[in-house]
Every structure is written in C-alpha cells, then in structure tokens.
Ligand binder design. Sequence first.
Ligand code: CMC
Length: 381
Amino acid sequence: MADELKRGLEGVLVAESDLSYVDGEVGKLVYRGYDIEDLARGASYEEVLYLLWHGSLPTAAELDSFAVDLAAERDVGDDVIETVRALADAGERPMAALRTATSMLSAYDPDEESDDDGEATLRQGRRITAKIPTVLAAFERVRQGEAPVAPDPELSHAGNFLYMLTGTEPDAVSEETFDMALTLHADHGLNASTFTAMVIGSTMADVYSGVTGGIGALSGPLHGGANQDVMEVLHEIDASSKDPVQWVKDKRDDGGRIPGFGHRVYKVKDPRAKILEEKLRDLSESSGDTKWLDYTTAIEEYLTDQGLVEKGIAPNVDFYSGSVYDSLGIPVDMYTPIFAMSRVGGWIAHVAEYQEDNRLIRPRARYTGPEDSEFVPLDER
Ligand code: CMC
C-alpha cells in the first residue's frame, strides 16, 4: 500500500509518543495517562509542563524549583520590547507579532548553536515558554498606549500573564480560570501546529524555529484561529440583534462552516469543550451575565437538533474558550496567541521526544504533472 494517498495525512501514524492521547470516538484526552478532566481541575499549568517535559507529575519540591526556574526566564530585553512596539505601531496582528518576536528571541539565547541535545531543547523551550507571555502582554499594552508591565516572579504563569496584561494582580477565580484554560490547551496529539514543529525539529533545526513554525500553523482558522472566529460570530450576532439560531441557519444556507464545530479526530463533543462550557456556566451564573452562554447554548442545541452533532460535527475546544476569555477581559484577537502561549509546552515536549530517536520527516506527493515536457530556451519562448 506504499502508494496509497492519505489526503491531509488523515489517520496516518507517523511516530510513537508517550505524551498525549486523543480518543475521538468517546471524547477522551489524556496527558501521559492522566485524564484531562483531572488535570484541568487538579493541576496547575506548571505541573502539566513538568509532566509533559519530564515524564511524571512533580513532587511539591520538584514543582517549586521548576516554577522558580521558569519564572526566572520571563524577562525579555529592551530590543525585543522595541520590536514588539514597532510591530504594534505598524498595526501587526498579535499572532504575527508573536511569530516575529519568538523568532527574534533566539538571538539572545545563551546556549551555543552546538548545544543540540534534548537537554538544550528543554532549556531553550523553558525560556521560550517563559517569555511568550511577556511578549504578548507587552504587545497588548503598547498598542493600548500603555507601558509594558515587568513580570513578577512571585506570581504563577497564569497569574503573572494577567498581571502583565492589566497591571493589576488577578483575583483567585480569574487566575484559576486562566490556569485551567492553559492546562486544557497544552497538548493534543499530532495536531497541525505540533506536527509542524516536529517536522522542523526532525531536520535537527533549533527549537526556536520549531516554535515559530508552530505559531504560524496555529494561526489559521481551521486550527487555533477558530477561537477568535467564534467570538467574532457572537459579537456579530449581538451587534445585529439577530437570533443566534437565525445566524446559524443563514450561515449554513450560504454553505459556510460554523467555527468551533467539527474536528479531525473527535467524532463527539470535545472533552475540553465540556469543561470550558461548565466553567462558562459557573462564571456567567456568578456574574449574572449569561449572554454568551445563552448564544452558544442556542447554537449548540440547534445544531444538535439538525443532526450535525450526531454526524460527528460537534463543539470543539474553541467553541467555549473565547467566552471564558471574554469574562477575564481579554481582547478577542489575543485568544489565538493565548492558545499558542499554552500549546508551546506541547510543541517543545514533542520536539524533544521526537529528537530522542530522530528520523527526518520527509513524505512524498503523487506526481500528477506533465511528463516529457520539451525544454525551450528563454529567448525562444
Ligand atoms: N460547520 C459545518 N460543517 C462542517 C464543519 C463546521 N464547522 N466542520 C466540518 N463540516 C462538514 C464539512 O463540510 C464536511 O461535510 P461534507 O462531507 O458534506 O462535505 C464534513 O463535515 C467533513 O469535513 P472535513 O473538512 O472533511 O473535516 P476535517 O477533518 O478536514 O475538518 C476541521 C476538521 C476542524 C478543519 C473542520 O471541522 C472545520 O473547519 N471546523 C471549523 C473550524 C474550527 O472550529 N477549527 C478548530 C478545530 S479544533 C481546535 C484547534 O485545532 O484549534
């Protein structure tokens, strides 16, 4: 079957991995055997990073030292901040600004180019993971005409990001909510951005290149960009005072796709969407503002009645994440960068794991172009 064509590499096994497993038939996600539900409710993003990068959940002492080492890497130099400012002034989109700034970070990495073992990947990965929130928060601050806020090493990864974004330490509910969102997005098998990072890593290129490529892949509307699209739909519905169900009907009549629905692997509702929906319900009930919850529920109920969910086109993680970020006051075009801020942990883990027993990733295409074309020199064409 060597010549069987698998469009989009659907269902093709290209590697073995201990990191995460997605059971698309029953809607289950595990990181190293731990159910995402348990991790989302019981573990911090730092614990999840440790689990992904070092193979087991940390003890309290291991977590303390890991979190201190991670927090110590949060600062970025003035040159990076100035570049972020120039990108914001030029009206660059946050995901593109993040891609450029992440690439730039490699110039300041203290590791030697020759340090290309798995330990170096994790060391550099730790720096990238620590600095991405600083870059993103600075971008948001400067484009609002505010001064960047320096990271606070005493705060958690989630808490520090919200602090750098707003200049105020977040309350416990906001910090815990955001931390849960980071945990939920940290890894997800060989999704497009992770695979992109692995392809780059398989050439033994440095991890900055892999993460920069991963950010590019994640930015698309078929992947991480969908969380922003969902929120834009909710805003559009709100602004037009349209019934959410009518909006969906019109969209389907035009042959359009509903962002936040459907998945290459899940044939049932994404377990991450279930957890985020529950979180949204709690947040909406405690704030008394149920607008986004009402819209999303109406859309999901309508599409369920229409048999879409039964056909396997069910809510994915992006359907509910935006409404949760909105409750934290995060601007809509920062949603996909936040996804990157979390998924970077998975990209690094997969690159490091793959490089342990590296084999260059190099598939083939079935050639369908002309044969025996006769070459004509330029001046005779
Ligand atoms: N709305 C309406 N119909 C859909 C949707 C949707 N969101 N998604 C898939 N379908 C239909 C599609 O039209 C096709 O129908 P038909 O067979 O009649 O032509 C069928 O489902 C199969 O679609 P596909 O494109 O072959 O499926 P895929 O595995 O390539 O697509 C997907 C997966 C995520 C790209 C797609 O479901 C989609 O475009 N969803 C909307 C964007 C989105 O929410 N992306 C986030 C993905 S999950 C988290 C992440 O990766 O960031």
